[in-house]
Write a protein that binds this ligand. Structure first.
Ligand code: RP5
Length: 297
């Protein structure tokens, strides 16, 4: 039976390519808010016995999680044969530890809550730092898609000598993969974060690459401070041609103009989260794992 694909965001750039690639019908969803702010949601499709996919942008998740839960729960109540979640950006992965007593380890709690709503999960480069696999916290089958090959192929089209720069030790997993596939050199800096927006980045001596264009690579741009400090550190060493590629662009603080003012030439993101910088389409990577889960459930 053809799958149905729902999204809480009709404008998500992955919606059409996934529908086309999976031969899925787009689900018809009616949504509004009651005057008191509660959600009204109505599904206008017959879902009994049908496999259903939900595409969810989980950036800024606190307002989105409840409607998503209502949708998934209703689909199951109405008899969908399976409800799979495609969340290109998986939120609540960065608080992966109780750094101070009493802190909520929100990655674990969120994983428990989401695991109750869906039968499987496909996501792209979740922030696996202290966790090695989503299976440590998620209780449903999941597939992690890596965007590195797409980023590396995109880099392969560029002629100029590039130095790939990971701002911190966590970024090495992405930058090293992209460097190996694209053949460019890479370095990794060291970052100290003393607050949500207080970040310092130190880079090794880059004099061997002073003629190169630097490309900062990171998994997620949230406040943008990591990229900003890395950009400033590069320019302080005389590397004046600096671009940045990130998998997930949250841009929580709308820092784009500040990055440009500090000399960033080009900003590139995948279409996991809608943003004018979206350059790399993730849909070719998502189709195979989605088909695999659809067939297995
Ligand atoms: O500095 P902002 O943009 O706030 O946060 C993003 C950074 O924080 C890390 O967890 C990410 O891997 C990335 O390096």
């Amino acid at each position: 039976m053809m799958p149905l694909l729902f999204s809480l965001d009709d404008a998500h750039p992955l919606l059409s390519p996934l529908c086309r690639g999976l031969h899925a019908d787009a689900g018809r969803l009616e949504r509004r808010r009651f005057p008191d702010g509660e959600s009204y949601l109505r599904i206008h499709n017959e879902v009994t016995g049908r496999p259903v996919l939900v595409l969810a942008d989980l950036s800024h998740p606190d307002d989105k999680f409840l409607p998503l839960s209502f949708l998934c729960d209703t689909l199951k109540e109405m008899g969908a044969s399976q409800v799979g979640l495609v969340a290109p950006y998986l939120c609540y992965m960065r608080q992966d530890c109780r750094f101070h007593s009493g802190e909520a380890v929100t990655s674990r709690t969120f994983a428990r809550l989401l695991s109750q709503q869906v039968d499987w999960l496909v996501t792209v480069d979740p922030h696996l730092h202290r966790y090695h696999s989503l299976d440590e916290i998620y209780r449903v089958p999941s597939t992690v898609v890596q965007a590195a090959p797409l980023l590396a192929d995109w880099l392969g089209e560029r002629q100029e000598p590039l130095l790939l720069v990971g701002p911190d030790a966590e970024s090495e997993q992405w930058v090293s993969q992209i460097a190996a596939r694209s053949g460019h050199d890479y370095v990794v800096g060291s970052k100290v974060r003393s607050g949500d927006r207080q970040v310092t980045v130190q880079l090794p001596d880059l004099s061997a690459w002073h003629r190169h264009t630097a490309l900062i690579i990171d998994d997620v741009i949230s406040s943008g401070q990591t990229v900003l400090r890395c950009l400033q550190a590069l320019r302080a060493q005389g590397l004046n041609r600096v671009d940045c590629a990130a998998i997930h662009g949250l841009f929580a603080d709308r820092i784009e103009q500040q990055l440009t003012d500090n000399g960033l030439r080009r900003l590139i993101t995948t279409n996991a989260i809608t943003h004018p910088s979206n350059t790399i389409d993730l849909s070719p990577l998502l189709l195979a794992p989605i088909r695999k889960h659809l067939a297995a459930s």
